[in-house]
Write a protein that binds this ligand. Structure first.
Ligand code: NAD
Ligand code: TYD
Length: 350
């Protein structure tokens, strides 16, 4: 019998890259993707894997205990890679409740299912995918290490921090084997166009203003999503239970500089005159409580687990632009909300 891994949130941006990596690289694993297909979940991201022998999709709401317990009754998981979450800071500012339900209660439901469902903890692992935003905001200098105290500032980061604390509490109290990784901002194909890079690509393409929050001076450390998936693979297989790993790209960019770089790539790709796309950059009111700077010290994962990112930023960004421009139907369906029909056709009308 194949060893079975549960990946939650596998229809989302990062989750779909993790599912793809595990399904294609590990034919001896059965990968169960559990996702309740919120606005951010899109099964079209995985349509080519639909019939893979070692892949199953399960429509599961992690907030619903019966859903989660039922799933654990049907499958004997040896590992859980937990990505399902509400993930957008701006949404968490306008409506925090969903973030509490999904990111905190949903995580606890999964932890309880592992605790109650696993007869022995031998060779088992609960892997919590988290964010560097739990550490709060850096000033102009310094990096987040695994010892930086948690100091979340937004409802999103506070909900992720709470979940991480609960994961550690289950390790400390019940000896549940857990590992956590905290990653910086991801970019790449399949990202929902509410986040900076796909939003900017789409607006530039359609000659619409690109909103730059505040003065555009906030700094993020960007990592190509495929590199995050390779780091997750490494941590899942080689990480030490009870340990935390920071994952980042050593790739800090001020938002405004990143957007200018992106505008240059778009000018070339769309045969526009140099500087034309940049005219679309529009300064708007700042995000409430906007964290100034995130930057990761990834020396633990690079030394202990020998992981390094494979993509440099310019190449990764060009690859990303190319993907969005060649997948206009994906973008149209995401914007119109029509991608929900895919699940209906593939799974409900069979
Ligand atoms: P996403 O918003 O693109 O996808 C989230 C997925 O979770 C969606 O498929 C959605 O349908 C699913 N989901 C949401 N609520 C659910 C529920 N109640 N039950 C089951 N499934 C549910 O998010 P993402 O950007 O791919 O992020 C994935 C994970 O990685 C999150 O935990 C996030 O905190 C973390 N993370 C993201 C980044 C980033 O830059 N995007 C960086 C570091 C860490
Ligand atoms: P985002 O992609 O939302 O990720 P996060 O808030 O998790 O870092 O935003 C990245 C940065 O870009 C952040 O500093 C906010 C800024 N931003 C804009 O300036 N304009 C936008 O339209 C968006 C969505 C973000």
């Amino acid at each position: 019998m194949k060893k079975t891994i549960l990946i939650t949130g596998g229809a989302g941006f990062i989750g779909s890259h993790v599912v793809r990596r595990f399904v294609t690289r590990y034919p001896d694993y059965l990968i169960v993707n559990a996702d309740n297909l919120t606005y951010a979940g899109n099964l079209a991201n995985l349509s080519d894997l639909e019939n893979a022998e070692n892949y199953r999709f399960e429509k599961i709401d992690i907030v619903n205990k019966d859903d989660v317990n039922g799933l654990f009754n049907r499958f004997d998981f040896f590992g859980v890679i937990h990505l399902a979450a509400e993930s957008h800071v701006d949404r968490s500012i306008t409506s925090p409740d969903e973030f509490i339900h999904t990111n905190i209660n949903g995580t606890v439901n999964l932890l309880n299912a592992c605790r109650n469902g696993w007869q022995s903890y031998e060779s088992k692992l609960f892997y919590q995918i988290s964010t560097d935003e739990v550490y709060g905001s850096l000033g102009e200098n310094g990096l987040f290490t695994e010892d930086t105290p948690y100091d979340p500032k937004s409802p999103y980061s506070a909900s992720k921090a709470s979940a991480d604390h609960l994961v550690r509490a289950y390790h400390n109290t019940y000896s549940l084997p857990v590992v956590i990784s905290n990653c910086s901002n991801n970019y790449g194909p399949n990202q929902f166009p509410e986040k900076l890079i796909p939003l900017a690509i789409n607006n530039i393409k359609n000659n619409k203003p690109v909103p730059v929050y505040g003065k555009g001076e906030n700094i993020r450390d960007w990592l190509y999503v495929g590199d995050h998936a390779s780091a997750i693979d490494r941590v899942f297989h080689k990480g030490k239970p009870g340990c935390t790993y920071n994952i980042g790209g050593n790739n800090e960019w001020k938002n405004i500089d990143l957007l200018k770089l992106l505008c240059g790539i778009m000018d070339d790709r769309l045969n526009r005159e140099k500087g034309e796309s940049e005219k679309l950059l529009t300064f708007v009111k700042d995000r409430a409580g906007h964290d100034l700077r995130y930057a990761i010290d990834n020396s633990r994962i690079s030394k202990q687990l020998e992981w390094t990112p494979a993509h440099n930023f310019h190449d990764g960004l060009e690859k990303t632009v190319e993907w969005y421009l060649s997948n206009q139907q994906w973008m149209n369906e995401v914007i119109s909300g029509d991608y929900g029909k895919y699940y209906e056709q593939q799974y409900l009308r069979r």
